[in-house]
Design a protein around this ligand. Sequence first.
Ligand code: AMP
Length: 210
Amino acid sequence: MKKMIVLLGPPGSGKGTQGEKLSQDFGYIRMSTGDMLREAARNGTPLGLKAKEYMDSGALVPNDLIINLMKEKIASLGDVTGVIFDGFPRTVEQADALGEQIEVDLALNLDVEDSELVNRLTRRRSCPQCNAVYHLDYNPPAKTGVCDKCGSELYQRSDDTEETVVNRLSVYRANTMPLIEYYEKRGRLQTVQGIGSIDEIFDKVKKAVR
Ligand code: AMP
């Protein structure tokens, strides 16, 4: 069983959804840098305010901020059965920094084509409280605008607008896509086609983890 898992794939490929299901099924901790940064921004911390400047335009938050944040989080993990890294690393520099701290067992790459990603992201709604995500057509909440899991009011992330999504995809291609080769060279990569129902994809994801 793979214990240290990095989720790769463009924004909207299902890292959050599949990562959450993995975490529930296997009892692993899911660490999402995006969720951490949004929470910091909502709380108005210095890191959160700085990060928000980049996130709103779809740019990456500078490596040093992210690497320091994750170093601390990983160091304070204690005794865990496994970790799912969702949205980290996003650059080769971040991957090198992670590799100095832990050994990655599996880099799971969710492959989805661009036209599908734009649809998924612009029709996505998120819960600010528990970070659950929905899609207005494929995975709507039972009650419009309300989170099934915690009852909070859903919102559209400020970076899930069409204009910002296009920028996020090109940022992904320039900075994060090279990690596919990075982990392939290290014999850690598995690619799963991220198309189909959430459960169909999850079946493939589970096979890759075992
Ligand atoms: P996500 O929720 O993973 O889509 O991340 C949302 C935004 O947070 C990204 O577009 C970046 O601005 C920022 N972010 C999240 N993770 C990272 C990271 N590892 N490196 C740099 N920026 C990040």
